[in-house]
Design a protein around this ligand. Sequence first.
Ligand code: G4P
Length: 188
Amino acid sequence: MDELKQRILSEGQVLSDSILKVDSFLNHQIDPTLMHHIGQEFARRFSNEEITKVLTVESSGIAVALMTGLALKTPVIFAKKKKATTMDKDVYVGKIYSFTRREDVYIAVAKRYLSSEDKVLIVDDFLATGEAAQGMLQIVEQAGAKVVGVGIAIEKAFQKGGEILREKGIRLETLVQVTNLSHGQVEL
Ligand code: G4P
């Protein structure tokens, strides 16, 4: 997706060999027009599939998911991050290991919003280690619903998330692939 590529190249900041900061249009300040186009692009790519729900995880995934749901005319669910101790039995729960916090984070979706009838498109802003996507897959599986695919705005292709999902046989659509962040340079 050329528009997203150009924004990354002009505004992205390389924080380290593995972290790309895109706070001016995606992760802090949000460009609604760009987000709208991202949503339309996911809807176009998955147009041959029947989709009943779009699922993401708070917080940065919400803008991407909302625009995708708008384009697909489906409800949008965001999994909420929780401490394990505050979990009730009316939720499906996925476990994510956070490499930044070096601890397990739990994500939860109320059972009433996801059923075995649902055909779910998972979307997120970044794909890095794939932990978030796998946590959401756990939730969809617990609901007995079907995963139609995973849509990601920015895949860091030098990390293992993409490989893990493709090896599971999941349809993965990523709009931009970052291949390298070494020496302060973004390579797409
Ligand atoms: P994952 O996203 O594939 O699960 O990988 P990881 O566990 O490494 O990511 C942890 C958090 O950092 C996630 O956000 C993810 O979206 C974000 N992230 C990963 N790599 C980058 C990067 O290069 N740049 C930016 N800007 N973010 C990155 P989160 O903890 O769920 O937080 P939130 O911002 O969505 O609330």
